[in-house]
Design a binder for this molecule. Structure first.
Ligand code: AMP
Ligand code: GLY
Length: 421
């Protein structure tokens, strides 16, 4: 089949790479893609938000399956439009994607099926929200209801900080419409883990769990980023925890969505806080995680094209899905200065010097005028290694990271360290 991947990040390069290894996939396209996808797929110059452009390109190239990476495309209704045009798509339709695009909606669904999460209150009025946070003990978490490119959650350590986050969202409107409603959440303690699951609207198949690292510097210091690395699996989240999450969280959500007429197909990502044997939901995402996907997909066994098509068609129970036991570690190479200001267009060297069984997924890259790959974003590359043990995977990944360089390259040296220390 012919497959089109939507998006341009490291996640999308990983999706395209895994699809390129599938016997079921004969031809691969990416829109818009990056320098990494260009090596394994045909990049089409269409933005992930250009819905009519994507639908018409999918028709023109006789695409059998469109795999949607970014949440913004899902929340605009790309899957709805593709299905209307008779094109199979991997991802939830717009109504179902509200599990990610509205945090208030996600809380409503969780409440209606008794899923454990932080206590939450929704506000549209700044004075009312301010009065509420003044009456509770910090820390408290303030979240923009809508999509805010991963920047919409503020863990406020003081009442003042919470008030200023509320003011940013409700008065100064720094997230625009996405912050016109806010959710004020109870602060949860514990360890964070991401569990992603494939679903076709009825059946649920979990992936292996993964952890990501959001802060820019070692030891979780510095500002939040889109993600500086990930690994799979975390030792503290074993098979019993995975099963409980599927039975107590993911399956009830998928059933409730279907019962309401918002059938959920694609990947449902549960961001979880684990405290002892308590598992509570921090957030749902309606898509693959970035950079979790870069660590998860190298562990997948099975025909990825067939798995994604089965999710789109409601036949997930018919495809074999397996996982390698060996762990994986993904390290993001970022532009110096990220997540603040950084330079672009810097030449990247050493890409050909990595071991054959180590993956380098491109995120912010492009091809320069002279044909060389140059930096084009904050997160530039993710280097991923698998091995028999976490210690070996770490050693391998960092042995390869140091062969790649570009001016002002930055990366964390402690990805998965807590699993081996
Ligand atoms: P979210 O966008 O909802 O995933 O939030 C981003 C990050 O904020 C999470 O990965 C957590 O580290 C933190 N966070 C979100 N909600 C809570 C909460 N209720 N309690 C503690 N930390 C939270
Ligand atoms: N890694 C977090 C996310 O994809 O939202």
């Amino acid at each position: 089949m012919k497959v089109l991947v939507i998006g341009s990040g490291g996640r999308e390069h990983a999706l395209a790479w895994r699809l390129s290894l599938s016997a079921s996939v004969s031809e691969l396209f990416a829109a818009p893609g990056n320098a990494g996808t260009a090596a394994i797929a045909r990049n089409l110059p269409i933005a992930a938000t250009d819905l009519p452009g994507i639908v018409s390109a999918a028709g023109e190239h006789h695409i059998d399956l469109v795999v949607v990476g970014p949440e913004v495309s899902l929340s605009l209704g790309l899957v709805d439009q593709l299905r209307q045009a008779g094109i199979a798509a991997f991802g939830p339709c717009r109504n179902a994607a509200r599990l990610e695009s509205s945090k208030a909606f996600a809380h409503d669904i969780m409440r209606s099926c008794g899923i454990p999460a932080a206590d939450a209150r929704v506000f549209t009025s700044f004075p009312e929200a301010r009065e509420f946070v003044a009456g509770i003990k910090p820390p408290v978490v303030v979240k923009a209801d809508g999509l805010a490119a991963g920047k919409g959650a503020v863990v406020a350590m003081s009442t003042r900080e919470a008030e200023s986050a509320l003011e940013d969202m409700l008065v100064r409107r720094v997230f625009g419409e996405a912050g016109d409603r806010v959710v004020v959440e109870e602060y949860l303690e514990g360890r964070e883990v991401s569990l992603l699951a494939f679903t076709d609207g009825t059946h649920v198949v979990p992936m292996v769990p993964a952890c990501d690292y959001k802060r820019v510097r070692d030891n979780d210091v510095g500002p939040n980023t889109g993600g500086m690395g990930s690994y799979s699996p975390p030792a503290f989240f074993g098979a019993d925890m995975v099963k409980r999450t599927v039975d107590e969280i993911i399956t009830p959500v998928v059933r409730t969505m279907a019962a309401n007429g918002w059938e959920y197909r694609g990947v449902l990502y549960a961001g979880l806080m684990v405290d002892g044997d308590r598992i509570r939901v921090l957030e749902f995402n309606a898509r693959f995680g970035d950079p979790e996907t870069q660590a998860i997909l190298p562990r997948l066994e099975g025909d990825f094209g067939n798995i994604l098509m089965a999710c789109a068609c409601g036949t997930l129970d018919t495809v074999p899905i397996g996982w390698k036991t060996g762990p994986s570690v993904a390290v993001v190479l970022a532009s110096g200065g990220y997540p603040g200001n950084y330079a672009k267009g810097l030449p990247i060297s050493g890409l050909d010097s990595v071991d054959r069984d180590v993956s380098v997924f491109h995120a912010g890259t492009t091809t320069g005028n002279d044909g060389r790959v140059v930096t084009d974003g904050g997160r530039v590359l993710a280097v991923v290694a698998t091995a028999d043990t976490m210690a070996e995977a770490r050693e391998r990944v960092y042995n390869n990271v140091i062969r790649i360089s570009f001016p002002h390259m930055a990366f964390r040296t402690d990805i998965a360290l807590r699993e081996v220390a």
